[in-house]
Design a protein around this ligand. Structure first.
Ligand SMILES: O=P(O)(O)OP(=O)(O)OP(=O)(O)OC[C@H]1O[C@@H](n2cnc3c(O)ncnc32)[C@H](O)[C@@H]1O
Ligand SMILES: [Mg+2]
Length: 202
């Protein structure tokens, strides 16, 4: 594709302010201009897929259709082994109310109350669409391994960060320096891979 992405805006297809803040820092090192969908008044779209990949494509397509710009979408979530992979693609609305971070992680802590197996990982799927009807999306994934705590700790980050413990740092993701989270997280890894694949288009 001849389009020079370094000259053109890309819409970031997420309504999550925590993600936007992380992407703001992450994109600083790249020569592309990425603007959150809120700047174009893009509405949230129903995430009706049954995989992270499907939902990321749905969000990217919706934002691209609305703005007529290339789009990057993030679909992510927490996968807990003792809960057979839940909350997974339902992470944002696990307690029944979309975006209620505290309600969501408190539900997880209740469900794991008598459980010794605490292993879990964050997953992030990033999708890049050149335009709304792009038949060959770029798709990249990143993972971040950790343990679920028995009580929340820390007030940085967003979502499940206060209950996601990193043994190598001896703190939760909500207590971790932002730059370390971005360097090691599911989102940071997925973006590195996506930018590697995007380079030939820049
Ligand atoms: O769909 P968009 O508009 O991007 O915003 P969302 O919050 O609904 O995003 P998702 O559908 O991808 O759901 C992801 C949820 O997984 C959780 N999550 C994802 N990444 C996280 C991170 O880095 N730290 C903590 N929780 C995270 C958090 O609860 C998110 O709401
Ligand atoms: Mg969502």
């Amino acid at each position: 594709m001849s389009l020079s992405l370094s000259m053109q805006q890309i819409v970031l297809a997420t309504g999550n302010k925590g993600k936007v803040a992380e992407f703001d820092a992450l994109f600083k090192q790249y020569k592309i201009q990425v603007c959150p969908q809120s700047e174009f008044l893009v509405s949230d779209v129903a995430e009706t897929g049954s995989t992270f990949v499907e939902n990321a494509i749905i969000k990217a397509r919706h934002a691209s259709r609305h703005t007529k710009l290339p789009a990057i979408a993030d679909d992510s979530g927490l996968v807990i082994d003792a809960l057979n992979g839940a909350p997974g693609i339902y992470s944002a609305r696990y307690c029944g109310q979309h975006g209620n971070d505290k309600g969501n992680y408190e539900k997880v802590l209740r469900e794991l109350a008598d459980e010794r197996r605490r292993s879990a990982r964050f997953l992030c799927v990033l999708v890049f669409l050149r335009h709304a009807n792009d038949p060959t999306p770029l798709i990249c994934q990143g993972e971040w391994e950790g343990q679920i705590t028995t009580a929340p700790s820390g007030d940085g980050g967003f979502g499940y960060d206060p209950i996601f413990y990193l043994p190598e740092h001896q703190c939760t993701a909500a207590e971790l320096d932002k730059s370390i989270k971005n360097a090691q997280s599911h989102r940071g890894k997925a973006l590195k891979r996506l930018m590697h694949d995007l380079q030939p288009l820049l």
